[in-house]
Ligand binder design. Structure first.
Ligand code: ADP
Length: 331
């Protein structure tokens, strides 16, 4: 008979890192519960890589993740951690994991967090699976990231409200949305809210086209005009654009709204809860299949596993059909 101690129970650590996103809690719940069902011990790691290094770790039962699916933010908290970008910091993190007997990690975060995960996994030959948790939707290989749909809906609600005041005063509004190097929130937010244009970092000519639109008096037949701008050095942000327009067209009543952090908050939409639940369960499948260095994604409603290198390095392309649709409908 085989000795019982040879069959060691596996242990998984879960952390959320980088920018928070609605639906991260649903993902934590899904990973925890699917892992417990599969026979893993589960450890919640607080404050991302920071808590990993400083050993802020506690064992999770199914109760630890009760009543969180509907909550925004992350119960594990999140942080940015400079130390983890150094070999010494990562060694420290590895030692902590060893001490707890944790043999695999699920990292929920964006581009930066998954970059850190990839480096760590390679350095220590450690099994890491990633979940795309970011409102920006800027990870390659997945149609959607956890939090994106909720942020998009928040933007749509805000633009609807701004349009009420914009229409009453016959104003031109530049509304700045998040998105760093990606225009998904600005473009799809513009379509969803019926805005006139979206200025996104992926398409350099947009700024010139905006001039053209204004010069041609695109406001003539309209009570108000709304332009969504992705916050990015490439676009100059909403403030930069508004200044330019004000100087060139002093007759226009131009206003700026920066939506800022409210885009990150709120209860996740049904879409994000379902996405996070499916991805969380799929992350545990990946651990059981001995997959490593992969991010869970969704393509055409099917779960896929994307190597970290692909998810991080490749730019996710903007669908040109969406841009055309926005243009055609903004007459
Ligand atoms: P996000 O995951 O939302 O893109 P960040 O880019 O801020 O957020 O990254 C989150 C954390 O991931 C960083 O604070 C750092 O600890 C870790 N990280 C990012 N890039 C690297 C890297 N090149 N090497 C190691 N760790 C990294």
């Amino acid at each position: 008979m085989k000795e019982k101690e040879n069959v060691r129970q596996r242990a998984v650590g879960i952390l959320t890192s980088g920018g928070d996103a609605p639906g991260m809690n649903a993902a934590i719940r899904a990973v925890t519960r699917a892992a417990i069902v599969a026979g893993f011990k589960v450890y919640g790691i607080m404050r991302g890589y920071k808590g990993l290094i400083t050993d802020e770790i506690q064992q999770f039962s199914t109760q630890n993740v009760s009543n969180i699916i509907q909550r925004g933010g992350t119960i594990l908290k999140t942080a940015r951690c400079k130390e983890f970008t150094t070999p010494e910091g990562r060694q420290c993190a590895y030692d902590v994991l060893q001490r707890h007997g944790i043999d695999c990690l699920v990292v929920i975060g964006g581009d930066g967090s998954l970059t850190g995960a990839r480096i760590f996994a390679n350095e220590f030959n450690f099994q890491v699976v990633g979940l795309p948790g970011t409102i920006d939707n800027d990870l390659y290989g997945t149609d959607s990231t956890i939090g994106y749909d909720t942020a998009l809906n928040t933007i749509m609600d805000c633009v609807d409200k701004i349009r009420d005041t914009a229409t009453s005063h016959e104003r031109l509004f530049f509304i700045e949305v998040m998105g760093r190097d990606a225009g998904f929130l600005a473009l799809n937010g513009a379509i969803a809210a019926g805005a006139e244009a979206a200025i996104i970092p992926e398409i350099a000519t947009q700024v010139e086209q905006l001039d053209e639109l204004i010069a041609n008096g695109f406001r003539k037949s309209k009570n108000s005009s709304i332009v969504l701008v992705a916050e990015s050095p490439q676009t100059g942000g909403a403030m930069g654009l508004a200044e330019r327009v004000k100087q060139k067209y002093p007759d226009y009543d131009v206003r700026v709204t920066i939506l800022g952090h409210l885009q990150r908050g709120g209860s996740p939409t049904a879409f994000d809860r379902i996405l996070a639940s499916r991805m969380g369960a799929a992350a545990v499948d990946a651990l059981l299949d001995d997959q490593r260095n992969v991010m869970v994604g969704i393509k055409n409603d099917e779960i896929v596993y994307v190597p970290f290198t692909k998810a991080i390095k490749n730019d996710k392309p903007i669908n040109s059909e969406l841009m055309n649709t926005l243009r055609r409908l903004s007459i």
